[in-house]
Design a protein around this ligand. Structure first.
Ligand SMILES: C[C@H](O)[C@H](O)[C@H]1CNC2=NC(N)=NC(=O)C2=N1
Length: 187
């Protein structure tokens, strides 16, 4: 871990929002390209600064780890965890493109739906997801409606919105081989 001195702000352009927290951002210890500061719900050591291509009023700080599925959720009760803004969520949703980013009364969530072959395969589907959730200590909301319609919603309840944990869980769910449980739509 090496500590970067005061970042020349010309290298880092700050969004209006982040400009207020500029002092917080000023001293970033960068370890392997990650900042050591919680920013928009991404826990420490998971945020990489990128010299921004954007106008000099904005900085993009986001998780650039190419593989969310390889990461580990952080405990949701960590005091610094707070929900991310829509801009960051729109960045991260590109990493789990099969999921939908929804805004329910100002609460951001990830959702995705499947059709399963049978009701009991729906329960098997839930169990496979539950195994991942338990391993991560981070849990989705599971819905099985009309016997074969499964919808999974993911958000961080303790933060009242989305954190990186939610995208990690979604990415891990995407690695599961669940095709045998699903009713594949005829082409
Ligand atoms: C102590 C433990 O971290 C909390 O109870 C966890 C459990 N699983 C969780 N899952 C989700 N999605 N949000 C939470 O806030 C949450 N909190």
């Amino acid at each position: 871990m090496f500590r970067m001195q005061m970042l020349p702000l010309r290298l880092l352009s700050l969004s209006k929002f982040q400009a207020q927290s500029a002092p917080l951002l000023r001293f970033l210890s960068i370890s392997h390209g990650c900042s050591s500061t919680i920013i928009n719900g991404i826990p420490q050591n998971h945020v990489e600064l990128s010299t921004s291509r954007m106008s000099h009023h904005e900085v993009k700080t986001f998780c650039t780890n190419p593989d969310l599925a390889a990461k580990k959720c952080v405990p949701c009760n960590s005091k610094d965890l707070r929900s991310m803004n829509e801009e960051l969520a729109n960045e991260l949703i590109t990493k789990v493109p099969d999921w939908n980013l929804v805004n329910e009364g100002d609460k951001l969530k990830l959702t995705r739906s499947w059709k399963v072959k049978t009701f009991t395969k729906g329960l098997e589907f839930f169990q496979a997801i539950a195994n991942v959730a338990e391993a991560e200590g981070h849990h989705p909301d599971l819905h099985l409606v009309g016997w074969n319609n499964v919808t999974v919603e993911i958000w961080t309840h303790s933060a009242g919105g989305l954190t990186e944990n939610d995208f990690i869980l979604a990415a891990k769910i995407d690695t599961l081989d669940l095709a045998h449980l699903l009713r594949i739509k005829p082409k």
